[in-house]
Design a protein around this ligand. Structure first.
Ligand code: FBP
Length: 550
């Protein structure tokens, strides 16, 4: 297989580990006090009687060098790709081998679906070495099949038993780790003898809390997007004739957009959580943008850069209501909807079933957006926001608003928008040093949890804003991160999603600088991720982490 010169050189990078793991994954465990849940404690306790309340685990170096018996483990990659997934597997593999040389690791193919359908490979040293410090999930591929029904749990159990697998490691986001916890509970309640361990993944950055400092992949993806935004900013500032509307991935939370905004200082950074808090309408957002376009037109020129979070659309209250109604119609009337012929019949059908308010909002949108809102939902029933061209919607609406103002003699600039969507460009990039180190340590810690025989824990590395010398690793009970939320008309236990905190330091820093960045051209050009060179360039942490820890 041909590989790039960079990949070849990068394969030799030795990922850093916390001191507790430097002589292997056999660790001394200290247990904290019993834990609770972020909310709805009673309900979570009832639903997870075997897992609720377990103490946090903190690891330190042990003088025991390994285990007496090998461990067979299985691993799955679940959900969207995130840089560093291969290093989690590499850390897990090396950790298991340090526990016992005969330990084996099986990778289920294509996500949770591979575990149910018994599609797997044995992950060997040769395979691991070929994928160290690379981006992507292609070693075993990922998928979005949900693992939450007893039948699937049983099927998975049979497949694990056939391979003598005693530990399953689920690498995923909030939904996948919620399901990992359900699986852990089911296996504990049925004495299946299989432990389940989670690892926090998602470029979206919304699986984090006091003990999980970041979800892996966020650092690298934000650096790739920030490089691209910086390049566009420099182009905008050179040509001085375009307004760039850039949508950034992040299904729900706006962490990616906030981080990219802090790294590159664009003229406008929209944050979904703020829009929700202020209950802004689309028209208000459009007016705010138009105001800045006019001010810049009069002072610096007809150019600028605006960042739009992918999830924005669902934070605008009127759109949220419309999407919720559409979700119900598409779920409840799926047969009738499937029999319609052509777009106009579909639009008519939907309009007929919507409430008066929702139908008004729907009708005010361009047809392209109406069609995108009716597209298939993902397996969790969510609208696929990455397919909705919010950047085009806003560019078009701002353009219309400026034409009206121009007709009234209130604007005489020239507005030429360009639209972009950055998402897939960043999800499989070669991991930054932060993600390479963090992921390797998460995987190695997962092996250490396997070695303790405990179940229902998420691998955790703390103090990652400091040198690896100071990192602390251990396991956090997943039930501790849970609450009960209404999903598809039912109360479900789920890991609470971490949205952007409007009273948190990262957002406050954006807010403090916004007015200045809007009018002045204060762009910052971060350039590409550096893998070789001085530590201040290669070992940077995200502004988000830096400010959260300040
Ligand atoms: P995960 O939460 O599963 O990591 O996925 C995140 C994400 O990258 C979102 O930012 C994006 O909306 C979504 O995946 C797109 O997924 P897909 O390519 O499967 O439509």
């Amino acid at each position: 297989m041909a590989i790039s010169t960079l990949q070849k050189a990068r394969a030799a990078y030795a990922a850093k580990l916390p001191p507790a793991l430097r002589s292997g994954a056999c660790v001394t465990v200290s247990e904290g006090s019993p834990t609770g849940a972020v909310a709805d404690e009673k309900k979570i306790q009832e639903l997870f009687p075997n897992n609720f309340g377990k103490p946090k685990l903190t690891f330190s170096e042990s003088d025991q060098s390994g285990l007496n018996a090998p461990i067979n483990a299985g691993v799955i990659l679940s959900g969207g790709q995130a840089p560093g997934g291969h290093n989690v597997i590499a850390g897990l593999f090396d950790g298991l081998k340090s526990l016992h040389a005969d330990s084996r690791l099986f990778g289920f193919l294509g996500g949770p679906g591979g575990l149910i359908d018994n599609k797997f490979i044995e992950i060997t040293a040769e395979i691991v070495d070929a994928y160290r410090n690379t981006g992507g999930f292609d070693m075993i591929a990922s998928g979005r099949t949900k693992l939450e029904e007893t039948e699937a749990f049983e099927q998975a159990r049979k497949n694990c038993e056939a391979l003598n697998i005693k530990t399953l490691v689920v690498i995923g986001g909030d939904d996948s780790n919620t399901n990992a916890c359900l699986l852990a509970e089911y296996y504990a309640s049925t004495n299946a003898g299989i432990q389940v361990v989670g690892c926090p993944k998602t470029i979206d950055g919304d699986l984090k809390n006091e003990y999980i400092e970041a979800s892996f992949g966020f650092d690298t993806a934000c650096r790739v997007y920030s490089e691209l935004i910086g390049n566009i900013e420099r182009d905008a500032n050179s040509a001085r004739k375009y307004w760039h509307f850039i949508k950034l991935m992040g299904r729900s939370a706006s962490h990616i957009t906030l981080e990219a905004g802090l790294q590159t200082h664009p003229n406008i950074t929209l944050i979904g959580e703020e829009v929700l808090e202020k209950k802004q309408t689309i028209d208000e957002i459009v007016n705010e943008i138009a105001e800045i376009v006019i001010k810049r037109s009069k002072t610096v020129g007809d150019f600028g850069v605006i960042l739009i979070p992918e999830g924005l659309i669902e934070f605008i209250p009127e759109m949220k209501m419309l999407i919720a109604e559409l979700n119900d119609i598409l779920a409840n009337e799926s047969d009738a909807f499937a029999n319609l012929r052509g777009r106009s019949e579909e639009l008519q059908f939907v309009n007929h079933h919507l409430s008066k308010e929702a139908s008004y909002v729907f009708s005010s949108l361009p047809v392209t957006i109406q069609v995108q809102l009716m597209l298939d939902r993902d397996p969790h029933g969510n609208v696929q926001v990455s397919l909705i061209e919010t950047e085009k919607l806003l560019a078009e609406m701002v353009s219309m608003e400026l034409s009206e103002l121009s007709a009234e003699g209130k604007y005489d600039g020239k507005f030429t928008p360009q639209t972009h969507f950055f998402g897939y460009e960043g999800r499989c990039a070669a991991p930054s040093n932060y993600d390479a180190d963090y992921c390797y340590s998460l995987g190695y810690t997962a092996a250490a949890i396997a070695g303790t025989g405990k179940t229902g824990f998420m691998s955790s590395i703390q103090h990652t804003n400091k040198p690896a010398e100071e990192w602390i690793c251990g396991g956090i009970p997943i039930t501790m991160m849970m609450n009960v939320e209404r999903r598809h008309g039912e109360d479900k236990p789920v890991i609470q999603k971490a949205l952007v905190k409007l009273d948190g330091n990262p957002f406050i820093t954006l807010q403090r600088n916004r007015a200045k960045w809007a009018i002045e051209t204060d762009y910052v050009y971060p350039g590409p991720i550096q893998y070789f060179g001085p530590t201040e360039v290669c070992d940077q942490i995200t502004k988000t982490l830096e400010l959260e820890k300040a």
